[in-house]
Design a protein around this ligand. Structure first.
Ligand code: AMP
Length: 618
């Protein structure tokens, strides 16, 4: 008699809900092509379905998170603080966001595919795993501030460490205002009378009539000045740190009262009659005894750049970069050198190099900034040619764009945005740097003199800025497009060995840099948008950040590679040499300075010049 159903072979199963006559199936293989992008302390991960579904269509995914110690393979469960979006187990879509991770921590994320018979199988489970390192995140908010003691001229405040410090707390910053003053283009007015504010009920104030009248007068004066500043802000004159006395701290007088706006407009230190006043206003003086210089890491326009350690008041030390002013400087050199500090000191953004302070009262005169372990972006990329995922590269570009958006919002025009002026830290965070006033003239080896006067880094500069010195945030956007090209080509020199004159002429005639090898089409399109001749047609930095964010969120869009633009680019066509003069593909690639792509050409089967020519025609 024929059997009603067949026994399954070893390692093949039917689930409890399968009909007895259903085919035998097996667990799926591991998912493939996992990609992750780290955003602060969150990770977005995507993957493709397994190559073998085991003959079933009920595939689900489970994600396992492990926290791993640095430099060891010891891992532990991630704990229940973290969140998985949409969920950790039984995912139907091949994507997940893991949030609330610790800052600067290594995690291993494993994804397994399961189906209706996975639980029946005794075979080891198959995972795809990704190691990620989270970036820095600011500490969480300090929730409770307690007022301990108050007297007429002092107050003691206490608070708890934030719930999520996300790193070693370097310092606490308290902001308060004592006085206000107004400023116009003619300079700053005098400070208002002091406004006394009662800081605690425990203080019993007994004033005579004169004092009360005086306090009322001071309050009214203060309010008028504040009102004037408020109106001024509405008219977009903005508010800047420049209006503050360096000894004062800022207070955001909250709890339903006044709140001063954040700094909004960049103040050019040139507008100060005495530039050292700008330094005093924007840069904190650091005692030389708090600094330990450890080694030289580079050389700048004014002297050596060193690595060192800065002792903070809480006895902690942080690594810093120290830009020094070489001895024998002139007064002008000292002013120009310190101008960078008075510019940098106005900025406060994770993608802008941060000023710790200056040393001006002893020698060597120094500018102290955060230390960026990986140095400048161009050489960093050249050292790591081809070693990053597209998502990592886009992450770097996103950071640079966010920094530039911040600068353009403040009204600061960089004028020398290039990979050599971006610094990279150990977490691949990119920060815009190089803010000295004289830097383009003196410092930049890529700058060339133009007929309109001044020295300009031609390859990075928008045509209108070269032609008639029309520098704007839109010309910074053009330079940003060139930085995108530098990043996606791993530090290739824009326009290779063309002369500056040829670059100007080609760009003027409408030629644009082609997509670097393997560059996603979406990124090259964004570059072309940044290189619109009409500067009003170029995207704003806010739009660039948003486009890059979308690409990071949908990594599949980055898989479309631009294969045509390089080959069809009129720019390159002009430079495609006569193939008959070369003996081999390798020789041709060497001549056009693309020798590093030899392996790629060979791997893609372009072994003869004939095949290359056909590829070009196709
Ligand atoms: P600069 O004078 O700013 O062009 O600096 C000269 C070189 O010093 C740079 O190309 C970097 O290699 C190095 N450098 C400058 N600032 C830093 C920093 N904050 N951290 C690490 N390296 C730096």
């Amino acid at each position: 008699m024929a059997a009603l159903f067949c026994q399954c072979d070893t390692n093949y199963y039917r689930s409890a809900s399968d009909r007895p006559s259903a085919s035998c199936t097996r667990p799926p293989s591991a998912p493939v092509n996992a990609l992750s992008s780290v955003n602060g302390t969150s990770v977005n991960m995507e993957w493709s379905p397994p190559s073998s579904t085991g003959g079933r269509s009920d595939i689900r995914y489970n994600v396992i998170c492990r926290k791993c110690a640095w430099e060891s393979s010891q891992c532990e469960a991630c704990g229940n603080r973290i969140r998985f979006n949409p969920k950790q187990m039984g995912l139907t879509e091949p994507a997940i966001s893991v949030i609330n991770l610790l800052a600067h921590t290594n995690y291993t994320l494993k994804v397994e595919a399961v189906n209706g018979v996975s639980d029946l199988s005794l075979e080891p489970r198959q995972f795809i795993s990704l190691n990620v390192t989270t970036n820095q995140a600011a500490p969480s908010q300090i929730l409770v501030i307690k007022q301990e003691n108050t007297s007429q001229n002092s107050v003691t405040l206490m608070w708890h460490e934030p719930d999520q410090p996300n790193g070693i707390i370097l310092e606490y910053e308290i902001k308060y205002f004592e006085k206000v003053r107004a400023r116009t283009s003619a300079g700053c007015g005098r400070f208002s009378q002091t406004v006394e504010i009662e800081t605690g009920k425990s203080v019993s104030l007994r004033y005579d009539t004169t004092t009360i009248i005086w306090i009322c007068f001071a309050l009214v004066t203060g309010l008028i000045v504040l009102l004037a500043m408020f109106i001024c802000k509405k008219r977009r004159c903005g508010y800047s740190k420049a209006f503050q006395d360096p000894d004062e701290e800022k207070m955001y007088y909250q709890n339903g009262h006044l709140r001063f706006p954040d700094p909004k407009i960049y103040v050019d230190p040139h507008t100060y009659e005495d530039p050292s006043q700008a330094v005093r206003e924007f840069a904190r003086e650091i005692e030389a005894s708090r600094i330990k210089i450890e080694k030289v890491i580079g050389s700048g326009e004014f002297g050596e750049v060193c690595y060192g350690r800065l002792k903070l008041p809480a006895k902690r030390e942080i690594p810093v970069a120290l830009k020094t002013l070489k001895s024998g400087y002139t007064e002008k050199q000292r002013r120009d050198f310190l101008s960078e500090a008075s510019i940098m000191g106005q900025f406060d953004h994770p993608n802008i190099i941060r000023l710790e302070g200056v040393v001006t009262r002893s020698k060597p005169v120094m500018i102290v900034t955060d230390y960026m372990e990986n140095g400048s972006l161009d050489s960093f990329l050249r050292r790591h040619d081809g070693q990053f995922t597209v998502i990592q590269l886009v992450g770097m570009l996103r950071g640079i764009a966010a920094g530039m958006k911040y600068l353009s919002d403040l009204g600061y025009i960089h004028r020398d945005l290039a990979a050599r002026n971006i610094l990279v830290n150990s977490n691949l965070v990119c920060k815009v740097s190089d803010f000295g006033l004289s830097r383009i003239l003196e410092d930049d080896p890529d700058a060339a003199y133009t007929t309109t006067g001044g020295k300009i880094p031609i390859r990075w500069t928008a045509p209108e800025a070269i032609a008639y010195r029309k520098f704007s945030s839109a010309s910074d956007v053009w330079s940003y497009g060139v930085v995108m090209w530098e990043v996606t080509s791993y530090g290739e020199r824009p326009y290779w060995n063309m002369t500056n004159r040829d670059v100007i002429k080609s760009v003027e005639e409408g030629y644009r840099l082609p997509a670097p090898m393997g560059c996603p089409a979406a990124l090259h399109q964004l570059m072309l948008d940044c290189w619109q001749k009409d500067r009003n047609e170029r995207p704003k930095f806010i739009q660039i950040v948003s486009v890059l964010d979308k690409l990071i969120r949908n990594p599949t869009t980055l898989k479309i590679i631009d294969t045509t633009s390089r080959l069809n680019s009129p720019f390159l066509n002009r430079n495609i040499p006569n193939f008959t003069s070369f003996a081999s593909v390798d020789e041709w690639l060497d001549v056009i300075k693309m020798g590093r792509y030899k392996d790629n050409f060979a791997a893609a089967g372009y072994l003869s010049l004939g095949l290359v020519m056909r590829m070009n025609i196709e």
